[in-house]
Structure formats: C-alpha cells, structure tokens
Design a protein around this ligand. Structure first.
Ligand code: C2E
Ligand code: MG
Ligand code: MG
Ligand code: MG
Length: 281
C-alpha cells in the first residue's frame, strides 16, 4: 500500500515537459489513426450579415471526438497536425466535408442555397504548391461555385514569405474563392501587406470584439480597422460577438458580418441546415 502511494506521488511530480511530450505523442498517434474517419468532423458556425440580419454563410470548424480522449480542442490538435505533417490532409478533409455539405443541402432544398462556407487553411499550407489545385479540384468534384468558398488564413502564414503567399493566394483566387485574413488585430497587422495581397475580407479577432463595449481602447482599434478596410475596399467580419449590444455597435460602425455565440454556436448536423433556412438562406 505504501509503495502504491509513493508511485502516485512520483506521478504527480513528473516534470511538466515530459507530460507535454507524452500528450503530444499520444495526440499525434491517435490523430494519424483517426484522419479520414468520422471521428474528425465539422461544426458549422453561422455568419450573419449585420445589415440585413440574414445568414450569409458558415465557418467550418474541425471537431475531433476520440473514443478515449473525448473531445480534443482544435487549438491542441491543429498545432499537433501542423508540427507532424498531417495538416494538409486534415484541412483537405475539412474542405471536402464543407463543400459536400453545401452540395447535399442544395439537393435537399431543391435549389442553390444563398449561403457560402469559409474554411481554415493552415499557415503551413501557403508553402504548398498544390494547395490551389486541391481547392479547384474540391470545388469541381462537388459542383460548387468558387464564389461560395472563402479561405481563411492567419497573418503569420502570410508574413513568413509574403512573395510566395501572394503567388499561392492569386492562384486560389483564380478559382473564384475569396480570401479572408483571420484573427486580424492580434499580430503585426502589417498594413503594407494588405495592399500587396489579394485579400477580400478582414476578420477581426475576438480578443478585440469581446471587450469592445466596455473598453474604449479596443473600440478605438475596431473603429480604426473598419475605416482602414473601407479605404481599401475590404469587407469586415467580427468574430466573438457574444452580446446584442456588441452586435448593435458593430452594425452602427459599418461592420459587414458578425459571428459569435450571440447569433449561434458552431452547429452540427441538421441544426446548421435548419438554421440556414430559418435565417434566409
Ligand atoms: P478561428 O478560425 O479564429 O475560429 C473561431 C474560433 O472562435 C472557434 O474556435 C469558435 O468556436 C470560436 N468562437 C466563435 N464564436 C465565439 C464566441 O462568441 N465566443 C468565444 N469565446 N469563442 C467563439 P475553435 O472551434 O475552438 O477553433 C479554434 C481555432 O482552431 C480556429 O480559430 C482555427 O484557427 C483553428 N481551426 C479550427 N478548425 C480548423 C481546420 O479545419 N483547419 C485549420 N487549419 N485550422 C482550424
Ligand atoms: Mg477562422
Ligand atoms: Mg478567426
Ligand atoms: Mg480567432
């Protein structure tokens, strides 16, 4: 009994770094195994036009339900996928799923629904020559018009090699898809890049949006981003809209689209389709 107790103590004091390494290894192994299976699936979070209050699309967010680990956060498994070379396969699977979902909805409704889908592409992919070919191929296979697809990228992706990024983005845009800069306002927010790259949408990070009604500094930054976007002819989406007050403020300031728990959480299965129909798709 004493021995067992001591063993447990030792467990408690296992260095954190070792525990981290063990967890990463576990997540990588299990992710590799679950890729391509139904354990990895999508949640779709509504994007709401703040002018008309109608739905204009969804953001596709990866979800992973592991039989033993439970629901693993995308923040954790996306980072592991990026470090282990699994991200291209994962992102492709999610893009495929998202476009297949749109096609199935159109079929079910008997018409082309007035909604698009936004997918996340990892930073790592911008060095990948064939990423635009994968986008074009997925659109073709599912018979979805490029205009209904938005590709979200984070700034860090683009900053790593702007010339290369511009080339890859131009090719993605040639499919008709739009490009959104995700989590805008958290990194360097390099303004010169915004002019150099074929970007259509700025997505303001939720760290600026959440506190906007109560934090005058954040409200000022959001206003500055909105006037910058207007000057450059870009559309703006705000993420992390959690209250009616925030939604109202953003609409007054001229922000185009809102996303957040105030409108809807990421939805799975039929709930997303029903939400779309109920909100004017
Ligand atoms: P993101 O692209 O910025 O996605 C928005 C995140 O904010 C999502 O977290 C969403 O669930 C969360 N969110 C939405 N509305 C609210 C709100 O009102 N309040 C709060 N507190 N949070 C809100 P999630 O699903 O955990 O995803 C985290 C990140 O993981 C995403 O951030 C994205 O960078 C990445 N990710 C998710 N799916 C994929 C994927 O298929 N491929 C890649 N490469 N990255 C993905
Ligand atoms: Mg995103
Ligand atoms: Mg985002
Ligand atoms: Mg974000």
């Amino acid at each position: 009994l004493k021995l067992a107790k001591r063993t447990r103590r030792v467990e408690c004091y296992r260095p954190a770094a070792l525990q981290d390494a063990h967890r990463r290894f576990l997540v990588e192994t299990e992710l590799r195994h679950d890729l391509g299976s139904g354990a990895l699936h999508l949640a779709l979070q509504p994007l709401i036009d703040l002018g008309s209050n109608r739905i204009c699309g969804f953001e596709a967010l990866a979800r992973w339900q592991h039989w033993r680990l439970g629901a693993v956060s995308p923040v954790e498994f996306i980072a592991v996928a990026e470090d282990s070379g699994l991200i291209a396969a994962l992102d492709s699977q999610m893009m495929d799923c998202a476009l297949a979902t749109l096609a199935a909805w159109d079929e079910r409704a008997g018409r082309t629904l007035d909604v698009g889908v936004a997918i996340n592409l990892s930073a790592v992919e911008l060095t990948n020559e064939d990423v635009s070919e994968r986008v074009a191929d997925a659109l073709r296979r599912h018979g979805i018009q490029g205009q209904r697809l938005t590709v979200e990228l984070t700034e860090s992706a683009i900053l790593a090699d702007p010339a290369k990024a511009a080339e890859v983005l131009d090719r993605i845009k040639a499919t008709g898809a739009r490009i959104a800069m995700d989590d805008f306002g958290t990194g360097y927010s390099n303004l010169a890049l915004l002019r150099r790259l074929p970007i259509d949408i700025l997505k303001i990070d939720r760290s600026l949006i959440g506190d906007m009604p109560t934090d005058p500094d954040k409200a000022a930054i959001v206003r500055a981003i909105l006037s910058l976007a207007q000057a450059l002819g870009l559309r703006v989406t705000a993420e992390g809209v959690e209250t009616a007050e925030t939604a109202r403020l953003l609409a007054i300031l001229g922000c185009n689209v809102g996303q957040g728990y105030h409108f809807a959480r990421p939805l799975e299965g039929d709930a997303a389709y029903e939400f779309a129909l109920a909100r004017g798709a």
